[in-house]
Unconditional design. Structure first.
Length: 505
């Protein structure tokens, strides 16, 4: 065996903080810091006419009636601690039909934190009239806002939604006022923009914003916890309980490669479906409601997923961080670098499904095969001992026969070496570099999927040690080499290994 085990070379170089024992960390937490759920939304900008009340057309503040639900909606937003601003075009001011003070008094009565009003006439060239983003930019400067963490609620796609789009704010269209027409006959005027949510009215919009901010707050709370070095086993409720230590390892590894300060604050978020019944489960599949992997547990909301692009070792990888909310506490559920982009049930009958890159599918096939192999190995080891379990996987007779049969044009020993290279690259998606081939020796540099799977598949590390995984690998290759007319020694390197073949005798 190599003095530097696979566990040291392949795992700790990929996950250098595994030695920190984060899975055992249970830091003292106060009510403020334990799984903190900060608000993502900083401010909400609300259109006036057709959103807060009225008909969508100009009505003087003295005659303006808000909708019956408007004060409740605004109170819901205010109670969450969001700044609340009116955002409105009022060109009648320029024609002397009302004053800005009239509108400010109206908005003060609604207990808003302020109002941004464009008073200019329709044809007046200004940068404040929606859909121009001038008022939003001014608000950001005056209040220190990150507009990507703000929400615009309005009834007009061609003004409210376009202004929000211009600054990267979250867009909520209400169906009151001009809302229905914006979605229908006037949709062409903002055809390239999709609202983040279509609400029935302002109250519906407010409820959505509150939940949206909580869900987005999961990611902010997670980053904060990792930055403070407070993330530990208590923050994890995995798909399977055995995966909890591995998830802690992965978080530590990613944070070591990419400091949390460099993680995006607003990655793409996908709110998953929550099952409402267990009737579809077979009796053997039933889980107690408290099981960590059960999305039907009482009090547990929809799973929330964040697709986070991170530059790791010079290569951008998108990780899917999955969480669940229980009350006001978040828990990490899973981290995955492979995600099949199926977010909804397609129209039936369905015959076409999203694809993934070939390299990703190669890895998935090897992970599936390795999982089945190690599950059987563990069973045989417990039942009959480690020697029997390892011997079960020695496939040298068939492997050498395949080399001779499928490469019939060369001497068997050469055919074997070239088959090793072909099989690893063309069947298994790994890398192979044939460095030497003579009548008495050969040398192949490999980056086999078998080794990379162990470093990336958390569940394997819960079933087999790095030493046993490496020993199984070597036993298989020594058996293959012997039946192919060679002896082999394995030298492990940072991202792969080199196989040194010599002819016996």
């Amino acid at each position: 065996m190599s003095p530097r085990r696979l566990g040291d070379v392949h795992l700790r170089k990929q996950f250098p903080l595994m030695e920190l024992g984060l899975e055992n960390r249970s830091p003292l937490r106060d009510a403020h810091s334990a799984n903190r759920l900060p608000q993502f939304v900083q401010a909400v900008f609300v259109d006036r006419d057709g959103t807060m009340g009225g008909t969508g057309r100009f009505i003087h503040p003295r005659d303006f009636d808000v909708y019956p639900f408007t004060r409740e909606a605004l109170a819901n937003l205010r109670n969450e601690g969001f700044l609340l601003f009116a955002l409105t075009n009022q060109y009648r001011i320029s024609r002397g039909e009302a004053t800005e003070e009239d509108f400010h008094r109206e908005f003060e009565d609604l207990k808003l934190d302020g109002a941004y009003i464009c008073p200019h006439d329709i044809d007046f060239p200004c940068n404040c009239k929606k859909p121009a983003p001038g008022m939003l930019l001014r608000a950001a400067e005056e209040h220190g806002l990150d507009l990507s963490r703000c929400v615009v609620i309005g009834d007009t796609g061609a003004t409210d939604m376009l202004a929000a789009q211009a600054v990267g704010a979250t867009k909520v269209l209400v169906k009151t006022g001009w809302g229905e027409s914006s979605l229908g006959e006037y949709r062409h005027t903002w055809a390239d923009v999709e609202p983040d949510y279509i609400a029935g009215d302002l109250l519906d919009a407010a409820k959505w914003v509150v939940e949206f901010s909580r869900q987005r707050g999961i990611w902010l709370g997670f980053i904060d916890t990792v930055k403070r070095g407070a993330f530990g086993i208590d923050d994890v409720k995995p798909l399977h309980q055995g995966l909890a230590p591995g998830l802690c390892h992965i978080v530590a590894a990613i944070a070591a490669k990419v400091p949390p300060d460099d993680w995006p604050l607003s990655p793409k978020m996908v709110v998953g479906a929550r099952c409402d019944t267990t009737d579809h489960l077979d009796p053997g599949d039933y889980r107690d409601p408290g099981d960590p992997g059960d999305d039907c547990a009482p009090g547990r909301g929809h799973p929330v997923h964040f697709l986070v692009p991170l530059l790791v070792d010079g290569q951008e990888t998108t990780f899917c961080f999955s969480f669940v909310l229980e009350g006001n506490r978040w828990f990490l559920r899973h981290i995955e670098a492979i995600v099949i982009p199926i977010t909804h049930v397609p129209d039936l009958p369905a015959t076409s499904f999203p694809d993934l890159p070939s390299a990703t599918k190669d890895f998935m096939r090897e992970e599936i095969a390795a999982s089945e192999r190690i599950r059987l190995w563990a069973f045989l080891k417990d039942r009959f001992g480690p020697g029997f379990a390892t011997d079960w996987f020695k496939d040298g007779v068939g492997y050498a026969l395949a080399a001779r049969a499928w490469i019939p044009f060369l001497p068997p020993e050469q055919a074997f070496i070239l088959y090793v290279c072909w099989e690893e690259t063309r069947l298994r998606g790994g890398e192979a570099h044939l460095l030497e081939l003579t009548s008495s020796s050969a040398r192949i540099s490999l980056k086999p999927q078998y080794l990379s799977v162990y470093g990336r598949a958390t569940h394997l590390r819960e079933q087999i040690s790095a030493e046993d995984y490496e020993a199984l690998w070597e036993a298989i290759w020594k058996d293959r080499a012997a039946h192919g007319g060679w002896q082999v020694e394995v030298k492990y390197e940072t991202t792969g290994c080199t196989l040194f073949f010599t002819r016996p005798g």
